[in-house]
Design a protein. Structure first.
Lengths: 305, 256
Protein backbone atom coordinates (compact mmCIF):
# COMPACT_ATOMS: atom_id res chain seq x y z
CA UNK A 1 0.00 0.00 0.00
CA UNK A 2 1.52 3.23 -1.07
CA UNK A 3 0.18 6.74 -0.65
CA UNK A 4 1.97 9.66 -2.26
CA UNK A 5 1.18 13.26 -1.40
CA UNK A 6 -2.45 12.32 -0.96
CA UNK A 7 -4.57 15.41 -0.40
CA UNK A 8 -8.28 15.72 0.09
CA UNK A 9 -9.84 19.15 0.45
CA UNK A 10 -13.30 19.63 1.87
CA UNK A 11 -14.20 23.20 1.11
CA UNK A 12 -12.12 25.48 3.29
CA UNK A 13 -11.23 22.69 5.66
CA UNK A 14 -8.55 20.25 4.68
CA UNK A 15 -9.35 16.59 5.04
CA UNK A 16 -5.83 15.42 4.33
CA UNK A 17 -2.71 17.30 3.44
CA UNK A 18 0.08 15.68 1.47
CA UNK A 19 -0.12 12.29 3.11
CA UNK A 20 2.75 10.06 2.13
CA UNK A 21 2.81 6.62 3.65
CA UNK A 22 3.86 3.10 2.85
CA UNK A 23 2.44 -0.04 4.37
CA UNK A 24 4.34 -3.19 3.64
CA UNK A 25 2.77 -6.42 2.64
CA UNK A 26 2.08 -8.64 5.65
CA UNK A 27 2.53 -5.96 8.29
CA UNK A 28 0.04 -4.74 10.86
CA UNK A 29 -0.13 -0.98 10.62
CA UNK A 30 -1.77 1.08 13.34
CA UNK A 31 -3.22 4.35 12.14
CA UNK A 32 -3.72 6.60 15.11
CA UNK A 33 -5.26 9.96 15.56
CA UNK A 34 -7.98 11.81 17.40
CA UNK A 35 -11.48 12.05 16.00
CA UNK A 36 -11.58 14.30 12.99
CA UNK A 37 -7.89 13.92 12.18
CA UNK A 38 -8.47 12.31 8.80
CA UNK A 39 -8.29 8.59 9.53
CA UNK A 40 -11.60 7.68 7.93
CA UNK A 41 -10.90 10.07 5.09
CA UNK A 42 -7.72 8.17 4.31
CA UNK A 43 -9.48 4.84 4.48
CA UNK A 44 -12.34 5.95 2.28
CA UNK A 45 -9.85 7.20 -0.28
CA UNK A 46 -8.25 3.76 -0.36
CA UNK A 47 -11.60 2.19 -1.16
CA UNK A 48 -12.54 4.76 -3.82
CA UNK A 49 -15.53 5.91 -1.80
CA UNK A 50 -14.11 9.40 -2.14
CA UNK A 51 -11.56 10.74 -4.62
CA UNK A 52 -8.38 12.60 -3.77
CA UNK A 53 -8.01 16.27 -4.66
CA UNK A 54 -4.45 15.49 -5.59
CA UNK A 55 -1.86 12.83 -5.00
CA UNK A 56 -1.93 9.16 -5.66
CA UNK A 57 -2.69 5.91 -3.90
CA UNK A 58 -1.76 2.37 -4.88
CA UNK A 59 -3.22 -0.50 -2.91
CA UNK A 60 -2.02 -4.05 -3.52
CA UNK A 61 -0.38 -2.56 -6.59
CA UNK A 62 -3.71 -1.38 -7.96
CA UNK A 63 -5.31 2.01 -8.51
CA UNK A 64 -8.40 2.28 -6.27
CA UNK A 65 -10.26 4.17 -8.97
CA UNK A 66 -9.32 2.36 -12.16
CA UNK A 67 -9.12 -1.16 -10.73
CA UNK A 68 -11.67 -0.69 -7.97
CA UNK A 69 -13.57 -3.93 -8.36
CA UNK A 70 -10.45 -6.09 -8.66
CA UNK A 71 -8.94 -4.33 -5.66
CA UNK A 72 -11.99 -4.48 -3.42
CA UNK A 73 -12.30 -8.19 -4.11
CA UNK A 74 -9.02 -8.63 -2.22
CA UNK A 75 -9.86 -6.27 0.63
CA UNK A 76 -11.94 -6.71 3.77
CA UNK A 77 -13.33 -3.49 5.15
CA UNK A 78 -14.90 -2.61 8.45
CA UNK A 79 -16.38 0.90 8.35
CA UNK A 80 -15.90 3.28 11.24
CA UNK A 81 -19.53 3.26 12.17
CA UNK A 82 -20.69 -0.06 10.89
CA UNK A 83 -24.40 0.08 10.19
CA UNK A 84 -26.55 -2.74 9.00
CA UNK A 85 -30.24 -2.90 8.65
CA UNK A 86 -33.37 -4.71 8.94
CA UNK A 87 -35.53 -7.55 9.80
CA UNK A 88 -33.28 -10.19 8.29
CA UNK A 89 -31.20 -12.58 10.34
CA UNK A 90 -27.48 -12.18 10.79
CA UNK A 91 -26.96 -15.32 8.71
CA UNK A 92 -28.98 -13.96 5.79
CA UNK A 93 -27.17 -10.65 5.90
CA UNK A 94 -23.73 -12.24 5.96
CA UNK A 95 -24.77 -14.51 3.09
CA UNK A 96 -25.79 -11.45 1.13
CA UNK A 97 -22.45 -9.75 1.71
CA UNK A 98 -20.71 -13.00 0.82
CA UNK A 99 -22.73 -13.17 -2.41
CA UNK A 100 -21.44 -9.71 -3.32
CA UNK A 101 -18.02 -11.32 -3.29
CA UNK A 102 -19.16 -14.26 -5.35
CA UNK A 103 -19.67 -16.50 -2.34
CA UNK A 104 -17.78 -17.42 0.82
CA UNK A 105 -17.83 -20.91 2.35
CA UNK A 106 -20.48 -21.08 5.08
CA UNK A 107 -17.96 -22.88 7.29
CA UNK A 108 -15.72 -19.81 7.27
CA UNK A 109 -18.61 -17.58 8.32
CA UNK A 110 -19.74 -20.02 11.01
CA UNK A 111 -16.23 -20.36 12.43
CA UNK A 112 -15.83 -16.60 12.80
CA UNK A 113 -19.30 -16.10 14.24
CA UNK A 114 -18.77 -18.88 16.77
CA UNK A 115 -15.45 -17.47 17.75
CA UNK A 116 -16.93 -14.05 18.42
CA UNK A 117 -19.99 -15.53 20.10
CA UNK A 118 -22.32 -14.09 17.49
CA UNK A 119 -25.76 -15.68 17.21
CA UNK A 120 -26.51 -15.91 13.52
CA UNK A 121 -30.20 -16.53 13.99
CA UNK A 122 -30.71 -13.15 15.67
CA UNK A 123 -32.40 -10.37 13.74
CA UNK A 124 -30.05 -7.59 12.77
CA UNK A 125 -32.17 -4.84 14.22
CA UNK A 126 -32.35 -6.55 17.61
CA UNK A 127 -28.55 -6.59 17.97
CA UNK A 128 -26.65 -4.50 20.49
CA UNK A 129 -23.89 -2.20 19.28
CA UNK A 130 -21.24 -4.72 20.28
CA UNK A 131 -22.96 -7.52 18.41
CA UNK A 132 -23.35 -5.36 15.33
CA UNK A 133 -19.65 -4.71 15.45
CA UNK A 134 -19.11 -8.47 15.49
CA UNK A 135 -21.17 -8.75 12.31
CA UNK A 136 -18.86 -6.13 10.86
CA UNK A 137 -15.79 -8.07 11.90
CA UNK A 138 -17.10 -11.34 10.49
CA UNK A 139 -17.85 -9.78 7.11
CA UNK A 140 -14.42 -8.15 6.98
CA UNK A 141 -12.52 -11.34 7.82
CA UNK A 142 -14.69 -14.04 6.25
CA UNK A 143 -13.13 -14.15 2.78
CA UNK A 144 -9.59 -14.07 4.15
CA UNK A 145 -8.65 -10.96 2.21
CA UNK A 146 -5.06 -10.06 1.44
CA UNK A 147 -5.66 -6.66 3.00
CA UNK A 148 -7.83 -5.86 5.98
CA UNK A 149 -8.83 -2.23 6.39
CA UNK A 150 -10.41 -1.76 9.79
CA UNK A 151 -11.71 1.59 10.95
CA UNK A 152 -11.95 1.73 14.76
CA UNK A 153 -12.42 -2.04 14.86
CA UNK A 154 -12.87 -2.65 18.55
CA UNK A 155 -15.43 0.09 19.16
CA UNK A 156 -18.25 -1.36 21.24
CA UNK A 157 -16.53 -4.68 21.96
CA UNK A 158 -16.14 -5.82 25.52
CA UNK A 159 -12.57 -6.45 26.77
CA UNK A 160 -12.81 -10.19 26.19
CA UNK A 161 -13.92 -9.71 22.62
CA UNK A 162 -11.26 -7.09 22.10
CA UNK A 163 -8.71 -9.72 23.01
CA UNK A 164 -10.31 -12.20 20.61
CA UNK A 165 -10.20 -9.54 17.95
CA UNK A 166 -6.52 -8.84 18.59
CA UNK A 167 -5.85 -12.58 18.31
CA UNK A 168 -7.65 -12.60 14.98
CA UNK A 169 -5.47 -9.75 13.76
CA UNK A 170 -2.32 -11.50 14.94
CA UNK A 171 -3.36 -14.70 13.17
CA UNK A 172 -4.22 -12.84 10.00
CA UNK A 173 -0.80 -11.26 10.10
CA UNK A 174 0.85 -14.63 10.68
CA UNK A 175 -1.03 -15.95 7.65
CA UNK A 176 0.48 -13.19 5.53
CA UNK A 177 -2.49 -10.85 5.45
CA UNK A 178 -1.82 -7.13 5.71
CA UNK A 179 -3.78 -5.22 8.32
CA UNK A 180 -4.37 -1.47 8.28
CA UNK A 181 -6.30 -0.47 11.37
CA UNK A 182 -7.23 2.91 12.66
CA UNK A 183 -7.87 3.84 16.24
CA UNK A 184 -7.78 6.69 18.64
CA UNK A 185 -6.69 4.39 21.44
CA UNK A 186 -3.02 3.57 21.65
CA UNK A 187 -3.46 0.43 23.74
CA UNK A 188 -5.68 -1.12 21.12
CA UNK A 189 -3.01 -0.83 18.50
CA UNK A 190 0.25 -1.31 20.30
CA UNK A 191 -0.37 -4.96 21.15
CA UNK A 192 -0.54 -6.05 17.53
CA UNK A 193 0.85 -3.32 15.34
CA UNK A 194 4.32 -3.53 13.85
CA UNK A 195 4.36 0.13 12.99
CA UNK A 196 2.24 3.09 13.87
CA UNK A 197 1.45 6.28 12.02
CA UNK A 198 0.01 9.20 13.92
CA UNK A 199 -2.15 11.65 12.07
CA UNK A 200 -3.35 15.00 13.24
CA UNK A 201 -5.31 17.64 11.38
CA UNK A 202 -4.82 15.71 8.17
CA UNK A 203 -1.04 15.47 8.48
CA UNK A 204 1.12 12.54 9.36
CA UNK A 205 3.03 13.71 12.42
CA UNK A 206 4.83 10.51 13.36
CA UNK A 207 5.59 7.23 11.71
CA UNK A 208 7.62 4.58 13.45
CA UNK A 209 7.69 1.21 15.13
CA UNK A 210 5.60 1.16 18.28
CA UNK A 211 8.59 0.74 20.58
CA UNK A 212 10.42 3.69 19.03
CA UNK A 213 7.42 5.95 19.35
CA UNK A 214 7.08 5.10 22.98
CA UNK A 215 10.71 5.85 23.66
CA UNK A 216 10.11 9.53 23.12
CA UNK A 217 7.08 9.82 25.31
CA UNK A 218 6.55 11.18 28.76
CA UNK A 219 5.32 9.22 31.75
CA UNK A 220 4.04 10.50 35.07
CA UNK A 221 5.74 8.73 37.94
CA UNK A 222 5.28 8.58 41.65
CA UNK A 223 7.69 6.74 43.94
CA UNK A 224 7.33 6.25 47.69
CA UNK A 225 10.36 5.41 49.86
CA UNK A 226 10.37 3.83 53.30
CA UNK A 227 12.61 6.60 54.66
CA UNK A 228 13.61 10.13 53.71
CA UNK A 229 16.16 10.22 50.91
CA UNK A 230 18.93 12.81 50.69
CA UNK A 231 17.72 16.12 49.22
CA UNK A 232 19.86 15.92 46.09
CA UNK A 233 19.50 12.17 45.55
CA UNK A 234 18.13 12.50 42.01
CA UNK A 235 19.83 15.69 40.87
CA UNK A 236 22.13 13.83 38.54
CA UNK A 237 19.43 11.92 36.74
CA UNK A 238 18.88 13.19 33.20
CA UNK A 239 15.75 15.33 33.09
CA UNK A 240 15.76 15.76 36.88
CA UNK A 241 14.30 19.23 36.59
CA UNK A 242 10.93 17.59 36.07
CA UNK A 243 11.17 15.56 39.28
CA UNK A 244 10.30 16.80 42.71
CA UNK A 245 10.59 15.45 46.26
CA UNK A 246 7.90 16.35 48.76
CA UNK A 247 8.85 17.98 52.10
CA UNK A 248 9.15 14.66 53.92
CA UNK A 249 11.50 13.54 51.13
CA UNK A 250 9.71 10.15 51.02
CA UNK A 251 7.65 10.75 47.86
CA UNK A 252 9.11 11.54 44.48
CA UNK A 253 6.75 12.82 41.78
CA UNK A 254 7.22 14.20 38.32
CA UNK A 255 7.74 13.19 34.74
CA UNK A 256 10.23 11.09 32.88
CA UNK A 257 10.79 11.56 29.20
CA UNK A 258 11.98 8.69 27.08
CA UNK A 259 13.76 5.79 28.75
CA UNK A 260 13.32 5.59 32.53
CA UNK A 261 16.56 3.65 32.80
CA UNK A 262 18.65 6.33 34.53
CA UNK A 263 15.94 6.99 37.06
CA UNK A 264 15.47 3.29 37.81
CA UNK A 265 19.19 2.93 38.45
CA UNK A 266 19.14 5.94 40.80
CA UNK A 267 16.08 4.59 42.61
CA UNK A 268 17.84 1.29 43.19
CA UNK A 269 20.02 2.91 45.85
CA UNK A 270 16.96 3.38 48.09
CA UNK A 271 14.21 1.22 49.51
CA UNK A 272 11.17 1.72 47.33
CA UNK A 273 7.77 1.00 48.89
CA UNK A 274 5.70 1.67 45.81
CA UNK A 275 6.20 2.82 42.29
CA UNK A 276 3.62 4.06 39.87
CA UNK A 277 4.32 5.00 36.28
CA UNK A 278 1.52 5.85 33.90
CA UNK A 279 1.41 4.50 30.41
CA UNK A 280 1.76 7.48 28.15
CA UNK A 281 -1.70 8.10 26.73
CA UNK A 282 -2.05 8.75 23.05
CA UNK A 283 -3.05 12.29 23.73
CA UNK A 284 0.27 12.90 25.44
CA UNK A 285 1.99 11.19 22.58
CA UNK A 286 0.37 13.70 20.27
CA UNK A 287 1.53 16.56 22.39
CA UNK A 288 5.01 15.15 22.42
CA UNK A 289 5.00 15.14 18.64
CA UNK A 290 3.21 18.38 18.44
CA UNK A 291 5.19 20.51 20.83
CA UNK A 292 5.88 23.74 19.08
CA UNK A 293 4.57 22.49 15.78
CA UNK A 294 1.15 23.92 16.27
CA UNK A 295 -0.87 25.55 18.98
CA UNK A 296 -3.37 23.74 21.14
CA UNK A 297 -5.33 21.04 19.38
CA UNK A 298 -8.22 22.35 17.39
CA UNK A 299 -11.70 21.46 18.46
CA UNK A 300 -12.76 18.26 16.79
CA UNK A 301 -14.83 19.01 13.75
CA UNK A 302 -18.36 17.77 13.50
CA UNK A 303 -17.64 15.14 10.91
CA UNK A 304 -15.97 11.86 11.54
CA UNK A 305 -12.23 11.56 11.28
CA UNK B 1 -22.62 -9.22 -13.12
CA UNK B 2 -23.78 -10.53 -9.79
CA UNK B 3 -27.45 -10.14 -9.04
CA UNK B 4 -27.14 -10.24 -5.26
CA UNK B 5 -28.14 -6.59 -4.84
CA UNK B 6 -31.15 -7.06 -7.12
CA UNK B 7 -32.32 -10.14 -5.23
CA UNK B 8 -31.79 -8.50 -1.85
CA UNK B 9 -33.64 -5.34 -2.86
CA UNK B 10 -36.63 -7.44 -3.81
CA UNK B 11 -36.61 -9.60 -0.69
CA UNK B 12 -36.09 -6.59 1.55
CA UNK B 13 -38.98 -4.74 0.00
CA UNK B 14 -41.30 -7.71 -0.42
CA UNK B 15 -43.58 -6.87 2.49
CA UNK B 16 -43.92 -3.26 1.45
CA UNK B 17 -44.32 -4.23 -2.16
CA UNK B 18 -47.06 -6.76 -1.45
CA UNK B 19 -48.82 -4.16 0.64
CA UNK B 20 -48.57 -1.58 -2.11
CA UNK B 21 -49.65 -3.93 -4.86
CA UNK B 22 -52.63 -5.28 -2.93
CA UNK B 23 -53.57 -1.80 -1.75
CA UNK B 24 -53.39 -0.19 -5.17
CA UNK B 25 -55.25 -3.10 -6.79
CA UNK B 26 -57.97 -2.89 -4.15
CA UNK B 27 -58.40 0.84 -4.63
CA UNK B 28 -58.65 0.26 -8.37
CA UNK B 29 -61.18 -2.53 -7.96
CA UNK B 30 -63.33 -0.59 -5.50
CA UNK B 31 -63.40 2.50 -7.69
CA UNK B 32 -64.07 0.51 -10.83
CA UNK B 33 -66.94 -1.32 -9.09
CA UNK B 34 -68.81 1.92 -8.60
CA UNK B 35 -69.18 2.34 -12.36
CA UNK B 36 -72.78 1.03 -12.57
CA UNK B 37 -73.99 3.55 -9.99
CA UNK B 38 -71.84 6.38 -11.29
CA UNK B 39 -72.92 5.80 -14.87
CA UNK B 40 -76.34 7.28 -14.15
CA UNK B 41 -74.90 10.30 -12.38
CA UNK B 42 -72.49 10.95 -15.16
CA UNK B 43 -75.20 10.70 -17.78
CA UNK B 44 -77.21 13.28 -15.85
CA UNK B 45 -74.40 15.83 -15.84
CA UNK B 46 -74.77 18.73 -18.22
CA UNK B 47 -72.85 18.24 -21.42
CA UNK B 48 -70.53 21.19 -20.76
CA UNK B 49 -69.53 19.94 -17.34
CA UNK B 50 -68.91 16.47 -18.70
CA UNK B 51 -66.72 17.98 -21.34
CA UNK B 52 -64.70 19.99 -18.87
CA UNK B 53 -64.23 16.97 -16.57
CA UNK B 54 -63.20 15.00 -19.61
CA UNK B 55 -65.62 12.29 -18.58
CA UNK B 56 -68.29 10.42 -20.47
CA UNK B 57 -70.74 7.73 -19.57
CA UNK B 58 -68.86 4.88 -21.23
CA UNK B 59 -66.87 2.45 -19.12
CA UNK B 60 -63.60 3.58 -20.69
CA UNK B 61 -64.52 7.20 -20.11
CA UNK B 62 -65.32 6.61 -16.47
CA UNK B 63 -62.17 4.62 -15.79
CA UNK B 64 -60.12 7.15 -17.72
CA UNK B 65 -61.39 10.03 -15.63
CA UNK B 66 -61.49 8.44 -12.20
CA UNK B 67 -59.61 5.22 -11.53
CA UNK B 68 -56.81 5.57 -14.04
CA UNK B 69 -57.04 9.33 -14.29
CA UNK B 70 -56.54 10.31 -10.67
CA UNK B 71 -56.05 7.82 -7.94
CA UNK B 72 -53.94 5.06 -9.51
CA UNK B 73 -51.37 7.30 -11.21
CA UNK B 74 -50.89 9.25 -8.00
CA UNK B 75 -50.35 6.05 -6.02
CA UNK B 76 -48.01 4.74 -8.69
CA UNK B 77 -46.09 7.99 -8.54
CA UNK B 78 -45.73 7.76 -4.78
CA UNK B 79 -44.55 4.15 -5.05
CA UNK B 80 -41.98 5.16 -7.65
CA UNK B 81 -40.64 8.07 -5.62
CA UNK B 82 -40.36 6.00 -2.47
CA UNK B 83 -38.66 3.08 -4.15
CA UNK B 84 -36.35 5.41 -6.06
CA UNK B 85 -35.32 7.36 -2.98
CA UNK B 86 -34.49 4.12 -1.19
CA UNK B 87 -32.31 2.93 -4.04
CA UNK B 88 -29.31 5.15 -3.33
CA UNK B 89 -30.02 8.19 -1.17
CA UNK B 90 -31.49 6.46 1.88
CA UNK B 91 -28.68 3.93 2.09
CA UNK B 92 -26.14 6.65 1.63
CA UNK B 93 -27.59 8.77 4.43
CA UNK B 94 -27.76 5.83 6.81
CA UNK B 95 -24.13 4.98 6.03
CA UNK B 96 -24.85 1.58 4.57
CA UNK B 97 -23.70 2.51 1.10
CA UNK B 98 -20.08 2.70 2.29
CA UNK B 99 -20.02 -0.98 3.12
CA UNK B 100 -21.74 -2.10 -0.09
CA UNK B 101 -19.46 -0.03 -2.29
CA UNK B 102 -16.42 -1.38 -0.47
CA UNK B 103 -17.36 -4.72 -1.99
CA UNK B 104 -16.42 -5.68 -5.53
CA UNK B 105 -19.50 -3.98 -6.97
CA UNK B 106 -19.42 -0.94 -9.23
CA UNK B 107 -21.66 1.98 -8.47
CA UNK B 108 -23.30 1.53 -11.84
CA UNK B 109 -24.11 -2.09 -11.10
CA UNK B 110 -25.47 -1.29 -7.65
CA UNK B 111 -27.77 1.46 -8.89
CA UNK B 112 -28.82 -0.54 -11.96
CA UNK B 113 -29.74 -3.58 -9.90
CA UNK B 114 -31.82 -1.45 -7.59
CA UNK B 115 -33.48 0.14 -10.60
CA UNK B 116 -34.41 -3.28 -11.99
CA UNK B 117 -35.82 -4.23 -8.61
CA UNK B 118 -38.07 -1.20 -8.51
CA UNK B 119 -39.10 -1.86 -12.12
CA UNK B 120 -40.06 -5.41 -11.24
CA UNK B 121 -42.04 -4.01 -8.31
CA UNK B 122 -43.87 -1.57 -10.58
CA UNK B 123 -44.72 -4.35 -13.02
CA UNK B 124 -45.96 -6.54 -10.18
CA UNK B 125 -48.25 -3.77 -9.01
CA UNK B 126 -49.58 -3.25 -12.54
CA UNK B 127 -50.22 -6.96 -13.03
CA UNK B 128 -52.13 -7.15 -9.77
CA UNK B 129 -54.22 -4.12 -10.71
CA UNK B 130 -54.93 -5.76 -14.06
CA UNK B 131 -55.96 -9.06 -12.47
CA UNK B 132 -58.11 -7.21 -9.94
CA UNK B 133 -59.94 -5.33 -12.66
CA UNK B 134 -60.48 -8.48 -14.67
CA UNK B 135 -62.24 -10.08 -11.70
CA UNK B 136 -64.82 -7.27 -11.53
CA UNK B 137 -64.96 -6.61 -15.26
CA UNK B 138 -68.32 -8.24 -15.87
CA UNK B 139 -69.94 -7.55 -12.48
CA UNK B 140 -69.09 -3.86 -12.79
CA UNK B 141 -70.36 -3.71 -16.38
CA UNK B 142 -66.93 -2.89 -17.79
CA UNK B 143 -67.05 -5.45 -20.59
CA UNK B 144 -66.82 -2.76 -23.25
CA UNK B 145 -63.13 -2.50 -22.36
CA UNK B 146 -61.22 -5.59 -23.50
CA UNK B 147 -58.74 -7.32 -21.18
CA UNK B 148 -55.98 -6.31 -23.55
CA UNK B 149 -57.00 -2.66 -23.33
CA UNK B 150 -56.92 -2.95 -19.56
CA UNK B 151 -53.48 -4.47 -19.85
CA UNK B 152 -52.33 -1.61 -22.08
CA UNK B 153 -53.37 0.95 -19.48
CA UNK B 154 -51.83 -1.10 -16.66
CA UNK B 155 -48.55 -1.28 -18.56
CA UNK B 156 -48.52 2.50 -18.81
CA UNK B 157 -49.29 2.65 -15.09
CA UNK B 158 -46.17 0.57 -14.43
CA UNK B 159 -44.12 2.78 -16.74
CA UNK B 160 -45.37 5.88 -14.94
CA UNK B 161 -44.19 4.40 -11.63
CA UNK B 162 -40.87 3.52 -13.26
CA UNK B 163 -40.58 7.08 -14.59
CA UNK B 164 -40.85 8.55 -11.11
CA UNK B 165 -38.71 5.79 -9.66
CA UNK B 166 -35.99 6.60 -12.20
CA UNK B 167 -36.30 10.29 -11.43
CA UNK B 168 -35.94 9.71 -7.69
CA UNK B 169 -33.11 7.22 -8.17
CA UNK B 170 -31.32 9.57 -10.56
CA UNK B 171 -31.55 12.55 -8.23
CA UNK B 172 -30.47 10.34 -5.33
CA UNK B 173 -27.50 8.99 -7.25
CA UNK B 174 -26.49 12.49 -8.25
CA UNK B 175 -26.86 14.14 -4.84
CA UNK B 176 -27.03 11.39 -2.22
CA UNK B 177 -29.52 13.45 -0.25
CA UNK B 178 -32.90 12.04 0.56
CA UNK B 179 -34.53 15.42 1.19
CA UNK B 180 -33.44 16.67 -2.20
CA UNK B 181 -34.80 13.52 -3.80
CA UNK B 182 -38.19 13.83 -2.15
CA UNK B 183 -38.49 17.55 -2.77
CA UNK B 184 -37.43 17.35 -6.41
CA UNK B 185 -39.55 14.31 -7.23
CA UNK B 186 -42.61 15.67 -5.49
CA UNK B 187 -42.18 19.03 -7.22
CA UNK B 188 -41.92 17.36 -10.62
CA UNK B 189 -44.93 15.18 -9.81
CA UNK B 190 -47.14 18.07 -8.75
CA UNK B 191 -46.07 20.29 -11.64
CA UNK B 192 -46.55 17.50 -14.13
CA UNK B 193 -49.97 16.60 -12.81
CA UNK B 194 -51.12 20.20 -12.74
CA UNK B 195 -49.78 20.77 -16.23
CA UNK B 196 -51.58 17.74 -17.60
CA UNK B 197 -54.85 18.86 -16.02
CA UNK B 198 -54.57 22.42 -17.34
CA UNK B 199 -53.33 21.35 -20.72
CA UNK B 200 -56.72 19.79 -21.45
CA UNK B 201 -58.62 22.86 -20.40
CA UNK B 202 -56.33 25.35 -22.08
CA UNK B 203 -56.01 23.30 -25.23
CA UNK B 204 -52.28 23.69 -24.81
CA UNK B 205 -50.95 20.55 -26.41
CA UNK B 206 -47.36 21.62 -26.07
CA UNK B 207 -47.83 21.67 -22.29
CA UNK B 208 -49.24 18.16 -22.30
CA UNK B 209 -46.25 16.87 -24.21
CA UNK B 210 -44.04 17.90 -21.33
CA UNK B 211 -45.77 15.82 -18.72
CA UNK B 212 -45.43 12.08 -18.12
CA UNK B 213 -49.15 11.85 -17.46
CA UNK B 214 -49.81 12.65 -21.09
CA UNK B 215 -47.79 9.64 -22.20
CA UNK B 216 -49.37 7.55 -19.51
CA UNK B 217 -53.01 8.14 -20.43
CA UNK B 218 -53.23 10.72 -23.24
CA UNK B 219 -53.42 8.05 -25.90
CA UNK B 220 -56.41 6.49 -24.12
CA UNK B 221 -55.20 2.89 -23.98
CA UNK B 222 -58.57 1.87 -22.54
CA UNK B 223 -60.07 2.69 -25.94
CA UNK B 224 -57.14 2.33 -28.27
CA UNK B 225 -55.06 -0.45 -26.76
CA UNK B 226 -51.27 -0.33 -26.55
CA UNK B 227 -49.67 3.05 -27.23
CA UNK B 228 -46.15 1.99 -28.00
CA UNK B 229 -44.82 5.42 -28.83
CA UNK B 230 -46.07 6.86 -25.54
CA UNK B 231 -44.65 3.90 -23.65
CA UNK B 232 -41.33 4.40 -25.41
CA UNK B 233 -41.22 8.04 -24.31
CA UNK B 234 -41.64 7.00 -20.68
CA UNK B 235 -38.97 4.32 -21.04
CA UNK B 236 -36.49 6.65 -22.70
CA UNK B 237 -37.08 9.40 -20.13
CA UNK B 238 -36.50 6.89 -17.33
CA UNK B 239 -33.29 5.72 -18.96
CA UNK B 240 -32.10 9.33 -19.23
CA UNK B 241 -32.79 10.00 -15.53
CA UNK B 242 -30.91 6.89 -14.47
CA UNK B 243 -28.11 7.59 -16.91
CA UNK B 244 -27.57 11.18 -15.81
CA UNK B 245 -27.76 10.15 -12.15
CA UNK B 246 -25.16 7.43 -12.71
CA UNK B 247 -22.88 9.79 -14.60
CA UNK B 248 -22.75 12.03 -11.56
CA UNK B 249 -22.72 9.13 -9.07
CA UNK B 250 -19.59 7.68 -10.63
CA UNK B 251 -17.75 10.97 -10.36
CA UNK B 252 -18.63 12.17 -6.90
CA UNK B 253 -17.64 11.32 -3.33
CA UNK B 254 -19.89 9.06 -1.34
CA UNK B 255 -21.14 11.10 1.62
CA UNK B 256 -19.90 9.92 4.95
Amino acid sequence: MELRELTKAYGARRGLTGLTLQVRRGEVFGYLGPNGAGKSTTIRLLLDLIRPTSGEARVLGLDPRADGVALRRRVGYLPGDFVCDGRQSVRAYLRFLAALRGGVPQTAIDALADRLGLDQTARIKSLSKGNRQKVGLVQAFMHEPELLILDEPSAGLDPLMQQTFLDMVAEASAAGQTVFMSSHIMSEVEAVADRVGIIRDGRLVALDAVANLRSGTVRDIEVTFDAAVPPGAFEDVAGADRLRLDETRTVLTGQVAGSPDALVKALAAHTVLSLRATEPALEELFHTYYDGAEAAPKATSASRS
Amino acid sequence: MSSAVFAKSLTDSRRGLIGWAVGIALVGVVYASTYPSQKENTANLPEALRESLNIDATAAGYLHASVFGVILPLLAMVYGIMAGSRAVASDEESGQLDLLLAHPVTRTSLAAQRFWALTVGALAIAVLVWLGLLTVRSSAELTSVTPLEFLAQCLNLALLAVFFGALALGVGAATGKRNVVLAASAAVGVLAYTASTFAGQLDADWLAWLTPFHYYIGGEPLRNGFQWADAAVLVVASAVFVGVGLFRFNRRDVNA
